[in-house]
Each structure stands twice: as structure tokens, then as C-alpha cells.
Design a protein around this ligand. Structure first.
Ligand code: ASP
Ligand code: MG
Length: 421
């Protein structure tokens, strides 16, 4: 029975040294019945996106040289990882995958979202093929599993949702086939439509969600996300000098943090774990002996967290007839937002104006203005930041906001939000 799911993201396998570190972690836990969920190496998903854009710009007519960046990146890792006499065999396996990828990159007459999933999935397929070979070579018996045969989804390419019944049926079979002492290894982020005909992806950074899907279907004990930070931090260390590790929070608090834009865990990850009461650990792969941050059903700490979302658009909407922003007007506006899938990150109403802050998207903003223009005047500002402080304490915002313009400000009991220029 598989009891534990370990998820390793791109940063944890970005070079040979990192893969050796992964091996060491797996070695230390190999008798605990684990399933590894692994992402594409380093920034390979971005790299394939870029190659795909090049193929589409050239109607699919690019030579094999177009594959060089992807090929060289992986070859370097392979040459560094394996003994010289083993290198060729692994490169051969990867070359077969690259040939398939090259083929699919030429299908530029297909819809973009569809072609995206058929090609971008190779980042994960290549990464896990290399890692499975390396673990086996290092004396850790590992079974490579094709996630597309287990994670069955609808056909919303680039943002597919799992068909839970079918996925559960397939994943549960795995438990009966699983052999003690064997490490299972599969890809994050990818799945396929029923029948396995077409690859799908769960949305960028979706590997956390894959780990949660497997954990839910297997009734696992815990999921561990191995990260390059010491655990869950109360702010992004790239933006804030002083960060504090949060040792423990509840599922609901984690959902709140993800909602406000904390990017440490993919937002869809928590629900499947919460439903089965499966513990989520966020643990450092750099200091694997350090205690993880734990997310479970118990109430955790409530230390202030700072979350910043870039690239925000703020629209201010007022009825042209100077009537109040009443329920009828609100209904009209929200119906349009719903249709256009504009998701409000923050909003506020005054007597005459409704302000909505959402992720920058020119097409959506223009469509919103067009739909409302008869009855409402709509103004907007762009390039703003939404700054949220969860478990707000007086004055905490000052350092970050100093000298900047505040466009909108809102406080509830637990949370303060600022839209700033
Ligand atoms: N490789 C995918 C991405 O970069 C999925 C993931 O890393 O979670 O978005
Ligand atoms: Mg990633």
C-alpha cells in the first residue's frame, strides 16, 4: 500500500546535483511505501512553451535544430549523472521522446490549447524517465508510471479537471499491484482524456495538485512537497527581508492564503487532502532534516502573512444616470464579470462606484468596458499591486507601502488589503 506521496518540483531537479539530492532523500525513505510525483526539470516547461511558439510562428516548418535547447539541457544532466558506459542508453531513451515531441510540435494547424498539452507534457515525461533510470541505477528499485493512464480528465486543455470516479478506479488498482520496497514514480501536471487518447495538463504549477489527486484516491497518510525554502514562510523572501517560518496551519487557512495569492502551494491542492484528512508537509530539500511546516485540520498559528500580487488592474464602475450602486446595478456588473470569467481579487462599493481589482488581462478589461458602456462609466488603472496582510496588526503595512500611492484599502477582522501603485 502506498502511504506517502512526495512531490518534487522543477527547482528540486534542475541539475544533476539536485537529482542526486533527490536520490538521497528517497534513499532515506525508500522503505516507507512512497510514490514520487515529479515535475519537468528546472525551467523546461517554459522552454517547451517557447519552442512551441516558434513552431507556430513558422507553421510547423522548423528543422531538428529547434530542439537543441531542450536536448542539450537534458543531455548535460544525463552526462553528469550516469557512469560513461550508461550515458548512451539513457540518451537514446530521451531521444525517442524528443522525436515524438518534434512530431507533435509540427501539428500547428491544431488549436493552441490542444497542441500545448500534447507537447508541453514531454517536460515531465523526459524528467521522470531520467530520474527513474538514475534511481534504478543507484540501487533503488523504481517503477515508472505513466500519469496519463491514471489521471483521467475532461478535455479542457491547459486547465483540465479530473474525472474523479475514473481516476480513482485506476489509481486504486495501483495499490493492489504495488510491491513493498519498490518506489513508484510518476509525472506531475499531466493526465489524459478518457481512453488515454489525448494528453491534458492541469494548469501551470499543477504538480502539487497531481500529488493531492493520488493521495486522495489512495487514502494516503501524507503528502510532502519538497521545496527550496525551509517550509511555509509568512512572506516571499524575494520581496521581504525578514520572513518567518509558519510551523503549522489549518487547511482553511492554507486555502485563504492561496486565495490571496501566496504562491507556495497550488490552490487546488488543499481540498482533496482536506476531504480525506491527509496531512500536507512543506519541507526543505536543501535541509531535509529540518522539521516541515504542517497543514492539517487542527488550528495552527496565526502569525501575520504578507502576500503580494503583481500586475493588477483596478476598474471603477459608476452608473451613468448617477443612480446609486444598488443591488440591481451590482447584479448587472457581476453577470458580465461572470460571463467574462473576471475573477475579483478584491472589491469595494461606495454609494456611486463599484471598484474591482483583478489580474491584468487587456482582452477581458476591454470586453468588460464594451459590455457596460451604455449604462456605466468605467475607468481603470493598470500595473498595480494587491498587497494582503493576513492576521493584520496595526502598522504592519507601512514598510512595504512607504512612499507609494494607495488606490484602495480594506480591512476585515483578520485581513487588510491595499491596492497600490
Ligand atoms: N512543470 C509544470 C510547470 O512548470 C508543472 C509544475 O511544475 O508543477 O508549470
Ligand atoms: Mg514548476
Amino acid at each position: 500500500m502506498i502511504r506517502k506521496i512526495y512531490k518534487f518540483g522543477g527547482a528540486s531537479v534542475k541539475e544533476a546535483e539536485a537529482v542526486r539530492n533527490l536520490k538521497q532523500i528517497v534513499e532515506n525513505h525508500k522503505n516507507e511505501d512512497i510514490l514520487l510525483v515529479v515535475s519537468a526539470m528546472g525551467k523546461m516547461t517554459n522552454a517547451i512553451e517557447k519552442v512551441l511558439a516558434d513552431f507556430r510562428a513558422h507553421d510547423g516548418q522548423l528543422g531538428w535544430e529547434a530542439m537543441t535547447p531542450i536536448m542539450e539541457f537534458h543531455e548535460k544532466i544525463i552526462t553528469d549523472l550516469f557512469e560513461p558506459e550508461k550515458v548512451d542508453a539513457v540518451i537514446e531513451k530521451i531521444t525517442l521522446l524528443l522525436i515524438e515531441l518534434y512530431d507533435k510540435l509540427q501539428d500547428t494547424h491544431k488549436a493552441y490549447d490542444y497542441q500545448y498539452d500534447q507537447t508541453v507534457c514531454y517536460g515531465e515525461l523526459i524528467s521522470t524517465t531520467i530520474i527513474a533510470a538514475y534511481l534504478n541505477e543507484s540501487g533503488i528499485p523504481t517503477r515508472w508510471l505513466d500519469a496519463c493512464k491514471y489521471v483521467i480528465t475532461d478535455d479542457t486543455f491547459r486547465s483540465a479537471s479530473p474525472d474523479w470516479n475514473e481516476t480513482r478506479l485506476r489509481i486504486q488498482k495501483l495499490d493492489t499491484e504495488h510491491i513493498r520496497g519498490l518506489v513508484c514514480l510518476t509525472q506531475g501536471f499531466i493526465g489524459s482524456t478518457n481512453g488515454g487518447k489525448h494528453a491534458t495538463t492541469l494548469g501551470r504549477e499543477g504538480s502539487d495538485f497531481t500529488a493531492a489527486i493520488f493521495a486522495n484516491c489512495l487514502d494516503a497518510e501524507e503528502v510532502t512537497i519538497w521545496k527550496d525554502v525551509d517550509g511555509l514562510l509568512n512572506a516571499d523572501p524575494k520581496r521581504f527581508k525578514e520572513t518567518v517560518k509558519i510551523p503549522h496551519i489549518s487547511y482553511s487557512e492554507a486555502i485563504e492564503l492561496a486565495f490571496y495569492g501566496a504562491s507556495i502551494i497550488h490552490p487546488k491542492t488543499i481540498k482533496p487532502l482536506q476531504n480525506k484528512n491527509i496531512r500536507l508537509n512543506v519541507q526543505s530539500f536543501v535541509h531535509p532534516d529540518m522539521e516541515p511546516s504542517v497543514i492539517d485540520k487542527e488550528n495552527g498559528m496565526t502569525i501575520p502573512s504578507h502576500i503580494v500580487k503583481d500586475n493588477q488592474t483596478l476598474v471603477s464602475i459608476s452608473p451613468r444616470d448617477f443612480s446609486f450602486m444598488n443591488e440591481h446595478n451590482l447584479k448587472t456588473v457581476f453577470e458580465v464579470c461572470d460571463e467574462l470569467r473576471i475573477h475579483a481579487n478584491m472589491m469595494q462599493t461606495s454609494a456611486l462606484t463599484l471598484s474591482i481589482c483583478f489580474d491584468h488581462d487587456d482582452a477581458k478589461r476591454e470586453a468588460l468596458m464594451e459590455s457596460l458602456k451604455e449604462s456605466f462609466s468605467v475607468k481603470y488603472n493598470e500595473n498595480l499591486q494587491l498587497y494582503t496582510i493576513r492576521h493584520y496588526e496595526e502598522g504592519l503595512e507601512k514598510a512595504f507601502i512607504a512612499g507609494r500611492k494607495i488606490y484602495l484599502e480594506q480591512r476585515s477582522r483578520a485581513t487588510a488589503q491595499f491596492v497600490i501603485g
